[in-house]
Design a binder for this molecule. Structure first.
Ligand code: NAP
Length: 263
């Protein structure tokens, strides 16, 4: 039995995670971390009738009161970062879906986990199809190095570009020589028209209500284009990856970044 704490249970991802964890027979939800409702239980909230799971606001108090193996964090980066640090310090394996961590934070957290031989994962995208999109894009970039990334998300998303887009560009960078996309003398007549830049690749972010999480990786070559596209149509698409991560962190002795490391 794997004892799990979920941070951010009222969120769109967090509530899916609560449902997934409570429906898995090998997982036990032992507590939730929530900035509201401290001292109450999940069953006091209208979303979770019947779930007698304690809610804590303070992570130290939570760790003092419950025995946990894994912390799943689905909140915001500032909070997720502190939660991940505290989890590692307390030998609780972090499974982090929160996006927007800086490279420095990821490196620091990785070093902390390594020094404790503790497994963990930070995955900007838990959808298995999205990981395949990234892998296929890395393969394609070897042969078609001209590439631009278009990511589209709901308009409540706080970080841009998306963690998935950055991760995709980083994976492509491993397979592709540096190349600045577009004309060498191009000029933006409106700031930002060409999007963000990573290693010469352009990343364009769209934010609209109605969208969930979508990405197209577009390659161009002489007389041809190739588009690799993935759509998450709802948040259930991420739960297979969260489940797999909760199980796989026990086989790791460091904190890995990206679901592709365990698939
Ligand atoms: P959401 O619906 O806005 O939920 C965010 C949750 O975090 C809410 O419960 C919110 O509580 C809580 N929260 C916000 N600020 C907080 C703070 N200062 N302290 C404590 N809790 C706080 O967002 P979501 O769509 O579920 O996404 C959550 C995170 O997962 C985001 O970082 C998002 O980018 C990421 N995400 C990851 C994946 C993946 O596959 N890895 C997929 C989708 C989203 P309040 O109601 O009190 O604000």
């Amino acid at each position: 039995m794997i004892n799990v704490i979920i941070a951010g249970p009222r969120g769109k991802m967090g509530s899916e995670a609560v449902n997934m964890v409570t429906n898995e027979e090998n997982f036990r939800l032992v507590a939730c971390l929530d900035r509201k409702n401290s001292g109450r239980t999940l069953k006091d909230l209208p979303e979770f009738p019947g779930l007698d799971i304690p809610i804590f606001e303070d992570i130290d108090q939570c760790f003092e009161n419950v025995e946990a193996d894994v912390l799943v964090d689905l909140t915001v980066p500032e909070v997720g970062y502190v939660h991940t640090k505290k989890a590692i310090e307390n030998n609780i394996r972090p499974v982090i879906g929160t996006t927007g961590f800086t490279n420095e934070q990821i490196t620091e957290l990785n070093e902390m986990a390594k020094s404790k031989n503790l497994g963990g994962i930070i995955a900007p995208n838990f959808a298995v199809g999205a990981v395949l999109m990234m892998k296929f894009s890395q393969m394609a970039a070897k042969y078609l190095p001209d590439v631009e990334i278009l990511e589209k998300h709901h308009d409540n998303k706080l970080d841009a570009p998306s963690g998935t887009a950055v991760k995709t560009a980083e994976m492509i960078r491993e397979a592709r020589e540096y190349k600045k996309q577009g004309h060498p003398d191009e000029k933006e007549t409106i700031n930002g028209a060409r999007g963000a830049e990573l290693d010469g690749m352009r990343i364009h972010s769209v934010r609209l209500p109605g969208l969930v999480a979508h990405q197209e990786v577009m390659f161009g070559g002489a007389g041809q284009t190739l588009t690799i596209k993935h759509d998450s149509l709802n948040r259930a698409s991420f739960m297979d990856g969260v489940k797999l991560s909760i199980e796989k962190v026990f086989d790791l002795n460091e904190l890995v970044y990206g679901l592709e490391n365990i698939i």
